[in-house]
Design a protein around this ligand. Structure first.
Ligand code: HEC
Length: 164
């Protein structure tokens, strides 16, 4: 059936609005990435999740690719903070932004495991607002994927003090 004149105007208006909507979506994503970059900087993700040089400085091109200092979880072991760049094999490339938000706010990974307290989600990140958690996730997903596998966990140290 032929379109009425009004319908045709409607279709044209819709088509004209599409590029504007796409540009707005891009601007939103960019804004989220910028806020996420800022939040990652001030919440200290990189401090744990990055290897350091002999001076103790974060190695810039390995930032967020996994830490080289294992963190103790009493009686369970010592754990290297993993690679959180979007590398498919050694990082979290197969996690969606929603998966990252869930891990930050509830500690739950896509495989249903609950993250250990060495990752301070329970004491800190669970209180992120949904928007801030999404900004962090959007930023992490915008990073270049870097292949870097952190070592397997180590056995617990004998006589380690109980953790709060
Ligand atoms: C005090 C050190 C520390 C800080 C700070 C920290 N993390 Fe972690 N994170 C860890 C450790 C250790 C693990 C591994 C925990 C486990 O496997 O149960 C982890 C695990 C993760 C995981 C799960 C990855 C995977 O492959 O299972 C994500 C995602 C993550 N952290 C994101 C972040 C983000 C984003 C921040 C900053 C907002 C952050 N972390 C801050 C130590 C830290």
């Amino acid at each position: 059936m032929a379109m009425s004149c009004l319908q045709r105007v409607g279709v044209i208006a819709f088509l004209m609005a599409l590029p504007a909507a796409a540009a707005a979506a891009r601007a939103d994503t960019q804004e989220l990435e910028q806020r996420g970059a800022y939040l990652v900087q001030i919440t200290g993700c990189a401090g744990c999740h990055s290897p350091r040089d002999s001076e103790g400085e974060i190695i810039a091109d390995k930032r967020l690719t996994g830490g080289d200092r294992a963190l103790p979880v009493t009686d369970i072991g010592r754990f290297y903070p993993p690679n959180i760049t979007p590398d498919e094999e050694t990082g979290i490339g197969d996690w969606s932004a929603e998966d990252i938000v869930k891990a930050l706010k509830s500690g739950e990974t896509p495989l249903g495991r609950v993250l250990l307290p060495a990752m301070p989600w329970r004491t800190q990140f669970k209180d992120l607002t949904q928007d801030d958690a999404l900004a962090i996730a959007t930023y992490l997903k915008s990073l270049p994927p870097v292949r870097h596998r952190t070592p397997a966990p180590l056995a617990p140290l004998k006589g380690s003090a109980p953790q709060p």
